[in-house]
Design a protein around this ligand. Structure first.
Ligand code: TYD
Length: 203
């Protein structure tokens, strides 16, 4: 059984990741692959409970507590859903991934991307995105397209600007893993660009 391909969609809030996930999954299915979409944080009963702790606006969550909770939810999703799917040959399109933690907690909260990577790796093992599509969008645009701000996404322009720069730096550091895409393009064009990158690199 050929292992499935794991694709992560990344970017600041308002970049349209969830709509692109549906369009991209359609292209992948059209090419004859089994495909599923997941979202982070969440995707498992345990992960959805952790998601509520993380995104509720009441109660404080210290930066390292936040990073560890995201990593806990992600380890559960990897064990229960993503890794079994990949092993069964199913392609996985994920709305966010470990790279969100590197950008939001590593860069945004200032914990350092290496330190945040180190707390995520043990729970993920081989379950690491093969391709990361970074949907790039200006922070002001992202904020105006954001629907309901949560505790993290509502942290303001300065925080999101640091996160956006974090994503850009991560893409520059791992050019073979990342494809950087203008998030203001029509959804169908964004999905087509990601599909082309997949064919070029994993076809
Ligand atoms: P979500 O409802 O998925 O928002 P969006 O539509 O913006 O993707 O909420 C996820 C929020 O959590 C978002 O503000 C990004 C943040 N986040 C992190 O800070 N670290 C992480 O590892 C992940 C997965 C998300």
């Amino acid at each position: 059984m050929t292992r499935g391909t794991y694709i992560a969609l990344e970017g600041i809030e308002g970049a349209g990741k969830s709509t692109v996930a549906v369009a991209l999954a359609g292209l992948i299915a059209g090419a004859g692959h089994d495909v599923m979409t997941v979202r982070e944080p969440g995707g498992t009963p345990t992960g959805e409970k952790v998601r509520r702790i993380l995104l509720d606006t009441d109660g404080s969550v210290a930066p390292w507590s936040e990073a560890l909770l995201f990593s806990a939810a992600r380890a559960q999703l990897a064990a229960d859903v993503v890794e079994p799917a990949l092993q069964a040959g199913t392609w996985v399109v994920s709305d966010r991934s470990v790279y969100s933690s590197l950008a939001y907690q590593g860069a945004g909260r200032g914990l350092g991307t290496d330190a945040v990577r180190a707390i995520n790796e043990p729970g993920l093992g081989p379950t690491w995105p093969d391709l990361v599509a970074l949907l790039e969008l200006g922070v002001a645009d992202g904020l105006s397209r954001q629907q309901v701000p949560d505790r993290i996404g509502g942290a303001g322009h300065g925080f999101l600007a640091t996160v956006a720069q974090g994503f850009t730096d991560l893409a520059a550091a791992e050019p073979d893993r990342f494809v950087v895409i203008d998030a203001t393009m029509p959804v169908a064009d964004i999905a087509a660009e990601i599909w082309k990158a997949l064919l070029d690199r994993h076809g």
